[in-house]
Ligand binder design. Structure first.
Ligand SMILES: Nc1ncnc2c1ncn2[C@@H]1O[C@H](COP(=O)(O)OP(=O)(O)OP(=O)(O)O)[C@@H](O)[C@H]1O
Ligand SMILES: [Mg+2]
Length: 284
């Protein structure tokens, strides 16, 4: 059996020189989804929007994508038209009341495991050893169903965020072009180091990128330069792509529509397409 992390197809052509034994030049591959958390301890910086937009773009590229709402606010669940009140949520799965596969909802927007306010109880309900692995263990049984699993994390760097980091292969960090975001990079960098040492040595950072960016503003340009330098200090790759400001992103989420369907030519949507391409080029 061959396990391929984040590979895009279940059946891949056997590569020349490979030691695989094949039938009809095809090798069956048991691949595992690449798990990506979008995180920033600061609230309202565009985490949920980024998960929603990137999931839309990756689906359009033909990947099998699952989103996990890991924020008790349930914003991503709302944008996906998911039922987070009467149906199973990630909370039920973490509590082992229902397996991950049966908490997935197939909505018109895409596949999602929703969340609601009960998720905030996890911080106090689980205090014992191994509590940082709840999400990682919960997702194990569905890793072979998807190419990418995007996790929307809550603001803050508490137990939920640590669970998301422990379950992930890679992190994406949206940053607002302001001084507070620059200060925040150091704290995220420290948390990543701590998680690598304590529970997930393989955790990588896919990249940090600026959102709500306005290239005409000097402050934005200056912040970009400073952010690049700080990110370098923490070995965080800094994306060339920036996401422009656009009200269309809020509109699509409020109307619970697929972002790419809603405004395929919008600047911010085009930026998310470019970001996906840049991330893929860098091996996400
Ligand atoms: N590029 C953008 N241009 C304009 N508005 C944006 C952009 N990205 C996000 N927004 C808006 O900013 C607000 C906050 O975004 P979002 O909910 O994605 O942030 P968040 O980091 O997930 O917040 P929280 O920490 O509360 O979960 C939303 O109203 C969203 O529509
Ligand atoms: Mg959010």
């Amino acid at each position: 059996m061959i396990l391929v992390n984040g590979f895009s197809s279940r059946l891949v052509p056997n590569m020349a020189g490979s030691s695989l034994t094949t039938h009809n030049n095809l090798e069956e591959v048991f691949f595992l989804a690449k798990v990506i958390t979008v995180s920033n301890q600061k609230g309202g910086v565009g985490k949920t929007t980024t998960v929603n937009a990137l999931a839309s773009v990756f689906r359009r590229k033909g990947f099998k994508v699952l989103c996990v709402d890991f924020d008790p606010q349930g914003n991503l669940s709302f944008g996906f038209q998911a039922d987070a009140e009467m149906s199973a949520t990630i909370y039920n799965t973490l509590k082992k009341e229902i397996s991950a596969q049966f908490s997935i909802q197939h909505t018109p927007i895409g596949d999602i495991i929703p969340a609601n306010i009960l998720l905030s109880g996890i911080e106090v309900e689980f205090t014992g050893k191994g509590r940082e692995f709840l999400l990682r263990d919960a997702l194990k049984s569905i890793l072979d169903l998807y190419d990418y699993i995007f996790i929307d994390s809550p603001p803050g760097l508490g137990a939920l965020t640590v669970n998301a980091f422990a379950a992930s292969d890679s992190l994406l960090i949206p940053l607002l072009p302001d001084i507070y975001s620059l200060q925040g990079i150091a704290r995220i960098g420290d948390t990543i180091d701590r998680v690598r040492k304590s529970c997930n040595p393989k955790l990588t950072v896919g990249g940090a990128f600026l959102v709500q960016y306005n290239a005409m503003q000097n402050l934005c340009k200056q912040t970009k330069g400073a952010a690049q330098m700080i990110a370098r200090d923490y070995h965080i790759p800094f994306m060339k792509t920036t996401i422009r400001r656009s009200v269309v992103l809020a509109q699509a989420q409020t109307l619970q529509e697929d972002i790419l369907d809603y405004a395929p030519k919008n600047n911010a949507v085009l930026d998310y397409l470019a970001l996906a391409d840049e991330l893929l080029r860098r091996g996400l």
